[in-house]
Design a protein. Sequence first.
Length: 431
Amino acid sequence: MLLIFTHKITNRLTYTAKQLFEKILGIEVIFTTKVEDFIKHTGPKLTYSKQPLQNEFFIRSNDLLFEQGINDLDIKVNDWNGIPCFFATDDKSAIPYDIFSASFFLLSRYEEYLPHVKDSVGRFPAKESIAFQHKFLELPVVDLWAHQLLKLLKERFPDMAHGGKTYSFTPIINVTTSHSYAHRGLARSLGGLLMDLGSFRIRKMFQRFLVLLGFRKDPFDNFYALVDIHKKFPIKSMFFFQFAKYSTHDKNISPNNNKFRYLIKSIADYSIVSLSTSFLSSTNMAVLKEEKQQLSNLINRPINYSRLRYNRVNVPLTYRTLIETEFTDDFSMGYTHEIGFRAGTCTPFYFYDINMEVRQPLKVHPFAVHDYALQQYKNKEEVFSKMDGIYNVVRKVNGGLITVFSNELLGSSHKINWMELYQSLLRRYYV
């Protein structure tokens, strides 16, 4: 058990310290503001404050974890043993940076509360983030900082026990377009046919005819093939189905279509099935509750996990809506078009609501790779080169690698055979 002495115990401090020590490193932590308790403690201990008490393991604190609300911060990123870091300390401190404050800044998504220009679908742009601007987006720096701190603590306290977690790999299949041509109804099928004809997409028109007449399987209908692939590896795969009414941004099969409903029920027999929310429901709680309840009724299981349309996380409002709708876990924390760690970590963490200054009961599972981000690479060698870098650093800190692929990409025709590459990724990274 690690004892932390500080001049003030705050929600921000306990939230951050417990994430670093208990969730990442497997070290139980307790706090005190009493000097006598700190002196009496015979186990590992550290001081997190402005000044050390004696010659103990001391980390000089920034003000961030003792403030409230959002304030202007002067952030200068420098290097700590090869890892970018910020919030510098002083010569008295055992480490050169206040990694508690830096971790809180990233985990809470502090920068997403600050003024910024959203992209075309209302998202926080990756290019606005400190990680992108200082080229450490592809590093789970929070986990790396925690392990560097552990190394120094073990030098001071050789008998300090720690547990920690083990590496895990979770492939997610996101289904917002379950079928390209099938089950879309007469009006939508005729409309698609006329658009193909008007754009002289003869090959696509021919393929549509073959699918509608039953001579060819819909190219996006690869779900049972994916189930068979997942069975080959001891991993927890997840399918997120959109189950929403037709709208401008949501064009999946009707949730009333019996064949679509049967498909979802069948996949739920083999894998975790949960909700890929619609664009409308991200700002309309009544619609979100309806989608959640209808999918739950279909598979006869509670729906606890969510993935947001376009990864459209708008903190804190989006997460408050998910909490109100009784979701327990969300898998949307990442960037659609950039590979890396949006919250600076590869470890699940609870959402901290800065406006309310409290840790909320929603667990956030950050993903590192979205298939859209991989499409910028020309061949599978480039994809593996990029993915190997992410995999290696996640393994180094015993983190969790979460990837997001769509049945749409896996069923489309591209220069890269994505279904084949997907199988190779599973084989390469499941251990």
